[in-house]
Design a protein around this ligand. Structure first.
Ligand code: SIN
Length: 283
Protein backbone atom coordinates (compact mmCIF):
# COMPACT_ATOMS: atom_id res chain seq x y z
CA UNK A 1 0.00 0.00 0.00
CA UNK A 2 1.34 3.45 -0.94
CA UNK A 3 1.76 6.21 1.60
CA UNK A 4 -1.00 8.76 2.01
CA UNK A 5 -0.43 12.19 0.46
CA UNK A 6 -0.64 15.24 2.71
CA UNK A 7 -1.07 18.62 1.02
CA UNK A 8 -1.05 21.58 3.37
CA UNK A 9 -3.76 24.14 2.64
CA UNK A 10 -2.91 27.18 4.74
CA UNK A 11 0.21 28.26 6.59
CA UNK A 12 -0.95 27.33 10.06
CA UNK A 13 -3.79 24.81 9.77
CA UNK A 14 -5.37 22.23 7.51
CA UNK A 15 -4.29 19.62 4.98
CA UNK A 16 -5.92 17.59 2.26
CA UNK A 17 -5.23 13.86 2.40
CA UNK A 18 -5.00 11.68 -0.69
CA UNK A 19 -4.62 7.98 -1.38
CA UNK A 20 -7.11 6.82 1.26
CA UNK A 21 -10.25 4.87 0.36
CA UNK A 22 -12.55 4.83 3.38
CA UNK A 23 -14.94 2.37 1.76
CA UNK A 24 -12.29 -0.36 2.26
CA UNK A 25 -10.43 -1.71 5.28
CA UNK A 26 -7.48 0.52 6.10
CA UNK A 27 -4.20 -0.97 7.30
CA UNK A 28 -2.44 0.04 10.55
CA UNK A 29 0.34 1.92 8.78
CA UNK A 30 -2.16 4.16 6.99
CA UNK A 31 -4.02 4.78 10.27
CA UNK A 32 -0.69 5.86 11.83
CA UNK A 33 -0.04 8.22 8.91
CA UNK A 34 -3.53 9.72 9.17
CA UNK A 35 -3.09 10.17 12.95
CA UNK A 36 0.20 11.98 12.36
CA UNK A 37 -1.30 14.20 9.64
CA UNK A 38 -4.20 15.09 11.95
CA UNK A 39 -1.94 15.88 14.90
CA UNK A 40 0.35 18.05 12.74
CA UNK A 41 -2.34 19.93 10.81
CA UNK A 42 -5.26 20.15 13.27
CA UNK A 43 -7.86 19.28 10.63
CA UNK A 44 -7.64 17.09 7.54
CA UNK A 45 -9.95 16.72 4.57
CA UNK A 46 -10.62 13.68 2.40
CA UNK A 47 -12.37 14.07 -0.95
CA UNK A 48 -14.47 11.75 -3.11
CA UNK A 49 -15.19 9.19 -0.40
CA UNK A 50 -18.03 6.69 -0.50
CA UNK A 51 -18.68 6.38 3.23
CA UNK A 52 -21.68 4.52 4.66
CA UNK A 53 -22.62 5.06 8.31
CA UNK A 54 -21.17 1.63 9.19
CA UNK A 55 -17.86 2.37 7.44
CA UNK A 56 -17.67 5.74 9.16
CA UNK A 57 -18.11 4.10 12.58
CA UNK A 58 -15.56 1.42 11.69
CA UNK A 59 -13.08 4.11 10.55
CA UNK A 60 -13.57 6.09 13.80
CA UNK A 61 -12.94 3.01 15.93
CA UNK A 62 -9.45 2.65 14.45
CA UNK A 63 -8.26 5.81 16.21
CA UNK A 64 -7.29 6.29 19.84
CA UNK A 65 -4.99 8.64 21.68
CA UNK A 66 -2.14 7.05 23.63
CA UNK A 67 -3.70 5.87 26.91
CA UNK A 68 -7.30 6.05 25.67
CA UNK A 69 -9.77 3.22 25.55
CA UNK A 70 -10.81 2.39 22.00
CA UNK A 71 -14.53 3.06 21.62
CA UNK A 72 -16.59 -0.10 21.96
CA UNK A 73 -18.74 -0.79 18.91
CA UNK A 74 -21.89 0.60 20.56
CA UNK A 75 -20.15 3.86 21.49
CA UNK A 76 -19.10 4.98 18.05
CA UNK A 77 -22.47 6.69 17.65
CA UNK A 78 -23.54 8.42 14.48
CA UNK A 79 -24.97 11.90 15.04
CA UNK A 80 -26.91 13.49 12.21
CA UNK A 81 -26.46 17.26 11.94
CA UNK A 82 -29.33 18.63 9.91
CA UNK A 83 -30.79 21.92 8.81
CA UNK A 84 -34.10 21.76 6.95
CA UNK A 85 -35.33 24.21 4.28
CA UNK A 86 -37.68 26.01 6.68
CA UNK A 87 -35.13 26.29 9.51
CA UNK A 88 -33.20 29.50 10.16
CA UNK A 89 -30.89 28.39 12.96
CA UNK A 90 -28.26 25.72 12.35
CA UNK A 91 -26.31 23.39 14.61
CA UNK A 92 -22.71 24.40 15.28
CA UNK A 93 -23.15 27.98 14.05
CA UNK A 94 -20.75 29.47 16.61
CA UNK A 95 -17.10 28.90 17.46
CA UNK A 96 -16.65 25.79 19.59
CA UNK A 97 -14.81 22.53 20.03
CA UNK A 98 -16.96 19.43 20.46
CA UNK A 99 -17.96 18.20 23.92
CA UNK A 100 -15.41 20.13 25.97
CA UNK A 101 -17.97 20.11 28.82
CA UNK A 102 -17.18 16.43 29.40
CA UNK A 103 -14.56 15.29 31.93
CA UNK A 104 -13.05 13.39 29.02
CA UNK A 105 -13.48 15.69 26.04
CA UNK A 106 -13.75 14.30 22.55
CA UNK A 107 -10.45 14.06 20.67
CA UNK A 108 -11.60 13.77 17.09
CA UNK A 109 -14.73 14.46 15.11
CA UNK A 110 -15.28 12.86 11.73
CA UNK A 111 -17.91 14.61 9.64
CA UNK A 112 -19.19 13.40 6.27
CA UNK A 113 -21.33 15.46 3.90
CA UNK A 114 -24.63 13.75 3.00
CA UNK A 115 -26.86 16.53 1.59
CA UNK A 116 -25.35 19.89 0.66
CA UNK A 117 -26.92 23.21 -0.30
CA UNK A 118 -26.29 24.45 -3.86
CA UNK A 119 -23.78 26.97 -2.46
CA UNK A 120 -22.51 27.85 1.03
CA UNK A 121 -22.72 25.71 4.17
CA UNK A 122 -18.93 25.76 4.58
CA UNK A 123 -17.20 24.90 7.85
CA UNK A 124 -14.39 27.10 9.18
CA UNK A 125 -11.67 25.77 11.49
CA UNK A 126 -9.28 27.81 13.66
CA UNK A 127 -6.05 26.68 15.30
CA UNK A 128 -5.89 27.02 19.09
CA UNK A 129 -2.23 26.03 18.94
CA UNK A 130 -1.34 28.87 16.54
CA UNK A 131 -3.26 31.29 18.80
CA UNK A 132 -1.27 30.08 21.80
CA UNK A 133 2.06 30.45 19.95
CA UNK A 134 1.31 34.12 19.23
CA UNK A 135 0.64 35.09 22.86
CA UNK A 136 3.26 37.09 24.73
CA UNK A 137 5.51 35.23 27.17
CA UNK A 138 3.82 37.18 29.99
CA UNK A 139 0.35 36.02 28.98
CA UNK A 140 1.55 32.43 28.49
CA UNK A 141 2.96 32.42 32.03
CA UNK A 142 -0.27 33.90 33.41
CA UNK A 143 -2.45 31.26 31.71
CA UNK A 144 -0.19 28.30 32.42
CA UNK A 145 -1.60 27.52 35.86
CA UNK A 146 -5.21 28.51 35.18
CA UNK A 147 -8.18 26.23 34.71
CA UNK A 148 -11.58 27.04 33.22
CA UNK A 149 -15.06 25.62 33.52
CA UNK A 150 -16.82 24.36 30.42
CA UNK A 151 -20.53 23.62 30.48
CA UNK A 152 -23.25 22.88 27.93
CA UNK A 153 -26.09 24.88 29.50
CA UNK A 154 -26.14 27.75 26.99
CA UNK A 155 -25.94 25.37 24.04
CA UNK A 156 -28.79 23.23 25.40
CA UNK A 157 -30.94 26.37 25.62
CA UNK A 158 -30.17 27.46 22.07
CA UNK A 159 -30.51 23.91 20.66
CA UNK A 160 -33.93 23.51 22.33
CA UNK A 161 -35.16 26.16 19.87
CA UNK A 162 -34.42 23.81 16.97
CA UNK A 163 -37.34 21.62 15.87
CA UNK A 164 -35.25 18.43 15.89
CA UNK A 165 -34.35 18.94 19.58
CA UNK A 166 -37.69 20.36 20.81
CA UNK A 167 -38.77 18.43 23.91
CA UNK A 168 -35.46 16.52 24.11
CA UNK A 169 -34.20 16.21 27.67
CA UNK A 170 -30.52 17.11 27.70
CA UNK A 171 -28.52 16.97 30.91
CA UNK A 172 -26.38 19.90 32.00
CA UNK A 173 -22.78 18.66 32.12
CA UNK A 174 -19.73 20.58 33.29
CA UNK A 175 -16.02 20.00 33.72
CA UNK A 176 -12.93 22.06 34.37
CA UNK A 177 -9.83 21.79 32.20
CA UNK A 178 -6.45 23.53 32.05
CA UNK A 179 -6.53 26.72 29.95
CA UNK A 180 -3.29 25.64 28.29
CA UNK A 181 -2.93 22.01 27.29
CA UNK A 182 -0.14 19.99 25.80
CA UNK A 183 -1.12 17.83 22.84
CA UNK A 184 -0.89 14.14 23.76
CA UNK A 185 0.73 13.23 20.42
CA UNK A 186 2.90 16.20 19.41
CA UNK A 187 3.54 17.76 22.83
CA UNK A 188 2.65 21.13 21.27
CA UNK A 189 0.88 23.54 23.59
CA UNK A 190 -2.42 25.14 22.78
CA UNK A 191 -5.15 27.20 24.33
CA UNK A 192 -8.14 25.15 25.41
CA UNK A 193 -11.06 27.57 25.66
CA UNK A 194 -14.00 28.14 23.34
CA UNK A 195 -16.91 30.55 23.08
CA UNK A 196 -19.48 27.73 22.96
CA UNK A 197 -18.74 26.09 26.28
CA UNK A 198 -16.13 27.93 28.38
CA UNK A 199 -17.92 30.01 31.00
CA UNK A 200 -15.31 31.23 33.52
CA UNK A 201 -11.91 30.60 35.05
CA UNK A 202 -11.76 28.37 38.10
CA UNK A 203 -11.80 30.52 41.26
CA UNK A 204 -12.92 33.62 39.28
CA UNK A 205 -16.48 34.92 38.83
CA UNK A 206 -18.03 35.07 35.37
CA UNK A 207 -17.80 38.86 35.51
CA UNK A 208 -14.08 38.75 36.36
CA UNK A 209 -13.43 36.10 33.70
CA UNK A 210 -15.30 37.79 30.85
CA UNK A 211 -12.67 40.34 29.65
CA UNK A 212 -9.79 37.85 29.51
CA UNK A 213 -11.98 35.11 28.04
CA UNK A 214 -13.27 37.50 25.37
CA UNK A 215 -9.68 38.44 24.52
CA UNK A 216 -8.73 34.77 24.18
CA UNK A 217 -11.82 33.90 22.12
CA UNK A 218 -11.10 36.76 19.72
CA UNK A 219 -7.44 35.81 19.55
CA UNK A 220 -8.31 32.21 18.59
CA UNK A 221 -10.72 33.34 15.89
CA UNK A 222 -8.26 35.43 13.84
CA UNK A 223 -8.27 34.72 10.07
CA UNK A 224 -4.54 33.87 10.12
CA UNK A 225 -5.29 30.75 12.17
CA UNK A 226 -8.19 29.61 9.97
CA UNK A 227 -8.95 27.28 7.12
CA UNK A 228 -12.34 27.16 5.39
CA UNK A 229 -13.71 23.93 4.00
CA UNK A 230 -15.92 24.05 0.91
CA UNK A 231 -17.78 20.77 1.09
CA UNK A 232 -18.43 18.66 -1.99
CA UNK A 233 -20.38 15.40 -2.18
CA UNK A 234 -17.99 12.76 -0.82
CA UNK A 235 -15.99 15.16 1.39
CA UNK A 236 -15.07 13.98 4.88
CA UNK A 237 -13.42 16.22 7.50
CA UNK A 238 -11.54 14.87 10.51
CA UNK A 239 -10.61 17.46 13.14
CA UNK A 240 -8.79 17.44 16.44
CA UNK A 241 -10.87 19.09 19.17
CA UNK A 242 -7.78 19.44 21.38
CA UNK A 243 -6.26 21.98 19.00
CA UNK A 244 -8.93 23.45 16.71
CA UNK A 245 -12.24 25.27 16.95
CA UNK A 246 -14.87 25.03 14.25
CA UNK A 247 -17.86 27.04 13.04
CA UNK A 248 -20.64 25.86 10.72
CA UNK A 249 -21.44 28.79 8.41
CA UNK A 250 -25.20 29.43 8.20
CA UNK A 251 -25.60 31.13 4.79
CA UNK A 252 -27.98 28.81 2.90
CA UNK A 253 -31.49 29.53 4.21
CA UNK A 254 -34.19 27.73 2.24
CA UNK A 255 -31.95 24.77 1.44
CA UNK A 256 -31.24 21.50 3.23
CA UNK A 257 -27.88 20.40 4.63
CA UNK A 258 -27.31 17.01 6.28
CA UNK A 259 -24.03 15.88 7.79
CA UNK A 260 -23.08 12.63 9.51
CA UNK A 261 -20.70 12.80 12.47
CA UNK A 262 -18.87 10.26 14.60
CA UNK A 263 -16.75 11.29 17.59
CA UNK A 264 -13.50 9.68 18.67
CA UNK A 265 -13.04 9.63 22.46
CA UNK A 266 -10.16 11.47 24.02
CA UNK A 267 -8.46 11.14 27.37
CA UNK A 268 -8.67 13.01 30.64
CA UNK A 269 -6.48 16.04 29.92
CA UNK A 270 -4.55 15.81 33.16
CA UNK A 271 -3.47 12.32 32.21
CA UNK A 272 -2.15 13.53 28.87
CA UNK A 273 0.67 15.44 30.51
CA UNK A 274 -1.56 18.45 30.17
CA UNK A 275 -1.81 19.50 33.78
CA UNK A 276 -0.66 22.99 34.54
CA UNK A 277 2.31 21.54 36.43
CA UNK A 278 3.40 19.43 33.48
CA UNK A 279 3.07 22.38 31.12
CA UNK A 280 5.24 24.55 33.35
CA UNK A 281 7.95 21.96 33.80
CA UNK A 282 8.33 21.05 30.12
CA UNK A 283 9.63 23.53 27.56
C1 SIN B 1 -20.44 20.71 14.25
O1 SIN B 1 -20.44 21.72 14.93
O2 SIN B 1 -19.95 19.65 14.65
C2 SIN B 1 -21.06 20.77 12.86
C3 SIN B 1 -20.14 21.31 11.84
C4 SIN B 1 -20.81 21.43 10.51
O3 SIN B 1 -21.96 21.00 10.35
O4 SIN B 1 -20.18 21.95 9.59
Amino acid sequence: MDDISVTRINGLIGAEIGNVDMSKDINDRTIEQITKALAENGVIFFRDQDLSADRQRAFARRFALPGAKRAPVADAQITMIEKEEQQLKNVGGGWHADQTFNEVPSWGSILAAKVLPSAGGDTVFASLAAAYDDLSEGMKTQLETMRAEHNNERVITSMSLLPQYAGAKAKVVKATHPVVIRHPITGRKSLFVNRGYTTHFEGWTQEESAPLLQYLFQKCERPEYQVRLKWRPGTVAFWDNLQVLHYAVNDYHGERRVMQRVSVSGIRLDRAGCTAAACVSQP
